[in-house]
Design a protein around this ligand. Structure first.
Ligand SMILES: Cc1ncc(COP(=O)(O)O)c(C=O)c1O
Length: 396
């Protein structure tokens, strides 16, 4: 009997070590890790730059306190603000916590405008985390079961539908912000149309709302830009990052600009661990390595290569509904549920996952060779082809 709460239905495998794209289990079996701990190890496993930064910082100072100045945190804040065109950062320890800070900014903004109970527009199929407020912002009803009552203050509209956002704003006088993923990850790797984020930006400007972009999964160079929203040419007021920022060291950040960056005051918000020297040193190493090796561009090129590979072999295959992706964020949607593909892939030496029931999701590291990218494509194509031949289609 495990001593752990049963929050995860774990696959029967224990990872012993990793290097680059590859992981080895305790039996010595090798895996290509096309999931990277769900969009975390973008530089692959045991990257020497990150390992050395962490070791060196651990030998100097792991933790002090936000009661004092933390130079690594200041440096990381400056780097992130430059990359994202933002003014200020609050550091947290996870994606959900970064989003909590975004939600608190939206409420401060609403109250400043005189709104008694400010509401945030969120989207169907959105995923923002598992804390009570971020769970309430999340669109997946299944993961809310048993946890009610939800936190108030969220109203929901369909994703990729600017008109629905406009209607919601017009129908009430208590909206303070819009919170959106630039690409929905957990919801099934949905890439919105080009006018979606600019449309939200315009509405937020017209109605004095904060535009909050959740870059936790799609950000940090994954899509070819440092942050996925940058491909639409807009700048949000508030943005959340986490996951790949620390390449495995837990760290998240809420960034803000202009008026939104001035909303927090001493005592408004905090975190014991948030932005400690160890996590910030890892994140500084991640950013300098990504810059030096031009990894956002590499992520984009690898993604194009892999999506072309998938399309070449699976495009016309009955059972494959859609193949989509941007950079190192890819989804292959089938016409039937396929959660078992996670363990089938694992048995074939490949780690990936299935989200939204029938979307095979890949979030590989940006440091792969072309040959390794092709190897992943080959394994996925043969697995999907076999699976479709053996399993009946189901109605959507
Ligand atoms: C878009 C998005 N937001 C928030 C989160 C929550 O991040 P964390 O699990 O670090 O709390 C995730 C995690 O999958 C995510 O994909």
């Amino acid at each position: 009997m495990s001593s752990l709460m049963a929050t995860y239905g774990r696959l029967p495998m224990t990872v012993a070590r990793g290097e680059g794209l590859r992981l080895w289990d305790t039996e010595g079996r090798e895996y290509l890790d096309a999931l990277t701990g769900i969009a975390v190890c973008a530089l692959g496993h045991a990257h020497p730059d990150v390992a050395n930064a962490v070791a060196s910082q651990a030998n100097t100072l792991v933790h002090s306190s936000n009661l004092y100045h933390i130079p690594e945190q200041e440096r990381l804040g400056t780097e992130l603000c430059e990359l994202a065109n933002m003014d200020k950062v609050f550091f947290a320890n996870s994606g959900a916590e970064a989003n909590e800070a975004c939600i608190k900014l939206a409420r401060l903004h609403g109250h400043k405008r005189g709104i008694e109970a400010p509401q945030i527009i969120v989207f169907e199929n959105a995923f923002h985390g598992r804390t009570m407020a971020t769970l309430s912002a999340t669109g997946n009803e299944k993961i809310k079961v048993g946890f009610g009552p939800m936190v108030e203050g969220f109203v929901r509209v369909p994703y990729d539908d600017v008109a629905a956002v406009a209607e919601m704003i017009a129908s009430r006088n208590d909206i303070a912000a819009v919170m959106v993923e630039p690409i929905q990850g957990e919801g099934g790797v949905h890439i919105p149309s080009d006018d979606f984020l600019p449309g939200i930006r315009t509405l937020c400007d017209e109605h004095n709302l904060l535009m909050i972009v959740d870059e936790i999964q799609a950000g940090m160079g994954r899509t070819g830009h440092w942050f996925a929203h940058q491909s639409s040419g807009i700048t949000p007021d508030v943005m959340a990052v986490a996951k790949a920022l620390g390449n495995g060291m837990p760290i998240g950040g809420c960034l803000a600009r202009g008026h939104a960056a001035e909303l927090m005051q001493p005592g408004s918000h905090g975190s014991t661990f948030g932005g400690n020297p160890l996590a910030c040193s890892a994140a500084l190493a991640v950013i300098s390595t990504m810059k030096r090796d031009q990894l956002p561009a590499r992520a984009e090129a690898l993604g194009k290569r892999m999506v072309e590979g998938f399309k070449a072999s699976l495009h016309n295959q009955p059972g494959v509904v859609d193949i989509r992706g941007r950079g190192m964020m890819m989804g292959i949607e089938l016409d039937r549920d396929c959660p078992e593909l996670m363990s089938i892939a694992m048995d074939q030496g490949l780690l990936l996952n299935v989200t939204a029931g029938r979307v095979i999701r890949l979030l590989p590291p940006y440091i792969m060779s072309d040959e390794d990218a092709d190897l992943i494509v080959e394994r996925v194509v043969s697995m999907v082809t076999d699976f479709l031949a053996q399993h009946e289609a189901q109605p959507a």
